[in-house]
Design a protein around this ligand. Structure first.
Ligand SMILES: Nc1ncnc2c1ncn2[C@@H]1O[C@H](COP(=O)(O)OP(=O)(O)O)[C@@H](O)[C@H]1O
Ligand SMILES: [Mg+2]
Length: 325
């Protein structure tokens, strides 16, 4: 049975209005997020992953603005709500985000208890006992003991701080949690622990995760479905099996990205690399944005804009090579 969709994103556009021009960081992207799944979002640095996360919270970083599209939560368009309603019902309440580097933004002069309490107080009317119970429950859930509450950030390791910010993204009990590069700043062993933690949390809670990383090998470990972004757009979306299975991904960019990724648990003879650099999003290439770097480019690729189409159930690709017309 198809899982219920918790989030439907339609033609979402977020542009940065800079002196150099309009940066089309998120350019008409559409996808669904299903109940209790982890959707991985991958792509090279600068392709718009973080921007997409902030768009989902309706929290663009200046000079960014959402200029089009819909974000449907239970069928209702979040972008039509007032800021007050978004704050009361959506941001942190229904969709929360662990920002890139958030663990380094814990306030150094406050104990963990004080910072967690502050966040809870802004959103919930709770007695002191209820607050304590809620904080302990979520700290324990991320594998930390109660005594972390009395500690200051500098008394915790990187992995522990990352667990604290994940607990804070969870403790208002949202439906969707966006994790932006949650393992990037951690060493390999701690990285693996955080990945295992996210897997356990997904099984334990009725939460859907959007897991953003530039590292395709990590997505293979955690995600049910993978979404590959290129230059502000979606190149491909598929299940873990469709992207990593024997048939391999369909989009030339994903194929190259995979060939350039050292796979966990596998010996790799030589890593490929993708020639060229990601495009300037003020003046992106015409047609398919990947065409200047594509190894199987055709004549029409520079001419005709290409959108996502389903090539088999759950598998969507934006590549003229994959279509019959
Ligand atoms: N505050 C900002 N002002 C102007 N441009 C920005 C801003 N934030 C991001 N961008 C641009 O938007 C594009 C996407 O950036 P980002 O979403 O951070 O990518 P990613 O998270 O995939 O590395 C990049 O071209 C980046 O330079
Ligand atoms: Mg980013």
């Amino acid at each position: 049975m198809a899982k219920e969709r918790v989030l439907e994103v339609r033609d979402l556009e977020l542009h940065y209005f800079t002196r150099k021009g309009v940066v089309r960081a998120v350019d008409k992207i559409s996808f669904d997020l299903r109940q209790s799944e982890t959707l991985g979002v991958v792509g090279e640095s600068g392709c718009g992953k973080t921007t997409m996360g902030t768009a989902l919270l309706n929290m663009p970083t200046p000079p960014g603005r959402i200029v089009g599209g819909q974000i449907l939560l239970d069928g209702h368009d979040v972008l039509k709500l007032s800021e007050t309603e978004i704050r009361r019902r959506v941001r942190w309440e229904t969709i929360s985000m662990v920002f890139q580097g958030a663990m380094n933004c814990l306030t150094p002069v406050y104990t963990i208890k004080k910072q967690m309490k502050e966040t809870l107080r802004q959103h919930r009317e709770m007695s002191r006992q209820e607050m304590d119970a809620r904080m302990k429950k979520y700290l324990n859930l991320v594998g930390l003991s109660d005594d972390v509450l009395r500690r200051y950030p500098h008394e915790l390791s990187g992995g522990m701080k990352q667990r604290v910010v994940i607990a804070m993204a969870l403790f208002l009990e949202p439906k969707v949690v966006i994790c932006d590069e949650p393992t990037t700043a951690l060493d390999v062993v701690v990285q693996a622990q955080v990945i295992n933690l996210l897997k356990d949390l997904k099984d334990e809670l009725q939460v859907s995760f959007i897991f953003i990383t530039h590292d395709l090998s990590i997505e293979a470990e955690v995600s049910d479905r993978i979404m590959i972004m290129y230059a502000g757009r979606i190149a491909e979306i598929g299940t873990n099996e469709q992207i990593y299975g024997p048939q391999g991904p369909a989009h030339p960019y994903t194929q190259r990205l995979l060939a350039a990724t050292p796979r966990l648990h596998e010996e790799v003879a030589e890593l490929a690399f993708i020639p060229g650099t990601p495009p300037d999003l003020v003046a992106p290439p015409t047609g398919c944005r990947f065409h200047p770097r594509c190894h199987v480019v055709m004549e029409r690729c520079s001419r005709d804009d290409v959108g996502l189409r389903e090539i088999e159930p759950d598998h969507l690709v934006a590549c003229w090579r994959c279509f019959n017309d």
